[in-house]
Design a protein around this ligand. Sequence first.
Ligand code: ARG
Length: 576
Amino acid sequence: MTDLHRHLREKLLAAIADLGLPATEAAGMLRLDPPRNRDHGDVALGAFQLAKLAKLPPPKFAAEIAARIAADDIIESAVAAGPFVNFKFRRGAMAREVLTAIHSDAAPYGKAATNDQVVCIDFSSPNIAKPFHIGHMRSTVLGNALCRIHRHLGATVHGINHLGDWGMPFAKMMTAYMRFGDEVELHKSPMRHMFELYKRYDAEAKANPELNEEAAQRFKALESGEDNEERRMWQLLRDESLKAFQGPYSRLGVTFDHITGESFFEDKMDAAMARVEKAGVLEESDGADVVWLKDQGIKQPCLLRKSDGTTLYHTRDLAAAFYREETFHPTRILYIVGGEQKLHFAQLKGVLIKMKEAIADAIEHVPFGLVLSKGPEGKWEKFASRSGNAVFLDEILDEAVRKVRGVIAEKNPDLDDPDAVAEHVGVSAIIFNDLKNGRIKDVKFDWDAMLAFEGETGPYVQYACARLSSILRKVDLPVPAVDSIDFELLADAERVLLTMMDFAAAVQRAADQSEPSVVTHFTIALAGEIHSYLADHYVVSAEPAVRNARLVLVDAARRLLTTGLDLLGIKAPERM
Ligand code: ARG
C-alpha cells in the first residue's frame, strides 16, 4: 500500500465511523482497487458489502461516502458512480509520493521488512542421470521468480531443489551404465552420455524385461545402506549430473538454498512411515503399504511401500514434508511441478489430511502448462528439440544467444562487448517468454516472437531500460534530488505514474496466486507507458526545471523496471 492509499483509507475509515458502522468489521471490508476504466479515477471503492452492513442500497451508501470525503492536498475528488466511489489523487501529490518512494527504495517498490511468512519453494528438481525435461526448465524459471517475489515481500524463503536422485528411475540408469556405459564418455559429456544410455535401456528393456528385474535388485542393494558397488555408482552419476546442471543454472542466474534430493530422505523414511502407521491410516494391500483416500474423492490409494520393502517417490515426499515442517516451520510449501503430477500431490496432501497433520494446509501444488514448439507441418505440438524429447538446456540457450548476436551485428554493430549482451538478452528472452502467460497456459516456443525487439518480449522491456539509462548518460548530469523538483510539472506523466502505482498490487497478486506473469505484464505496461511518454516529451533539451522533473521520472522508471525484471530473474542491461 502506498502512502496515498493509506491517507485515503484513513479518511474513509473516518467517514465510515461517521455513518455509524462498526469500525473493525467495516475496516475488513474496505478494499481499494483500480477502477475498470482508468478515466473514471485512480482508485475505486466497491460499496456492496459495506452498504449491506449499513443497511443502505449501495448507490445511496456510495453517495453518502463520497459526500464525506472532502478534497485536500492529496485527494482531488471523490465521485459516486452507482455502487462505486471513484477517487482521484492530485497529480503533484501522486508524483511526489511515487517518485520519492521509488527513489528511496522504500516498500512496496523496494524490499519490504521481514514478515512472518515462511515459504518453501520446491522447484526445478530434475531427475539426475537424465537430461532436463522441458518441464524442468519451466519449473526452474517459475520457481526462481517466485522465490524472488516472496523475498521482495519480506517472507523468509527456502528455495529447494528436490532432485530426483533415488528410486527406480535412477536404478534403471545405473543398470544401463553398468551394462553399456563408458567412463571416458561420461566425464566428457555426462548428460549426453546418460541420455544415450537412457534411450538404449528403454529399447533393450522392451526386448529383455529381465533388465527391469536387475534394476529393481540394484535399487534394493542401494537402499540396503551398505557401502557397495551400487552406492559408489550412485555417487558417481549424481556428482556428474549435478556438475552438468550447474552450467544452465548459472546462465539462468538460478541458485538454491538447499539441494536436498530424494536421497536426502533415505534415513528419514522409516520415521515417516512409523508416523503414518501411528496415525492409524496405513493399510496392507497385496503385501504393500498404502493409504486409501476414497473418502476424499481420490480413487487410487497412495502407495508408500512396495511388497519387496522398497520405498517410493511418495514416501520421500512424505518424509520431506515432515522434515520441512520441523526444520523451516513453513506457512506455505509450493511445489512447482507440471500438471501431470496433479494426482501425486493430491494424494500427498490427502494422506496428511487423513493423518490430521497441520502441515497439510501448507501443501500447494503449483502446476503449469506444457511447452509447445512448431512441428514440421507448422502445427503447435509438445516441445521437441533437435535431440528429441530430451532437452539439453544449454543447446536451447546457445541458440537464443546466437540469434540475438545476429540481430546486434545487424542493428548495432558498434556495441561494446556484443557477446556478453547477446548472452544476457538471449537467455533473458527465454525466461521472459516463459513467464509472460498465465502459468497454467501452454508456452509457445516461437523464436521469432520471443526475440523480437518489439511486442511483449524480454528484449523490448530490456531495451526500454537501456534507453532510459542512455537518456541519463546523455544529459551527463547527476539525477536531481527528488525533493528539489517541482512535482506539478509531472502532471502530464499521469499514466506513467498510475502504472507505477500498480506495482504493489501486481507483486502481491503474483505471490498470492503463484503467478509471476502478473509482474511480467507490469513490466510490459510500464515500458510501454514510458516509451509513449518519451515519444512526445523531450528530456535532454527541455528547459531546466522541466528537464529536472523528467530526469527524476526517467530515473524512477529505470529503477522500477529494473526491480520488476529482477523479480523475474532477469537483469536490466545498461546498453544494448
Ligand atoms: N523429480 C521430479 C520429476 O522430475 C519432480 C520433483 C518435484 N518435487 C517433489 N517434491 N516431488 O518429475
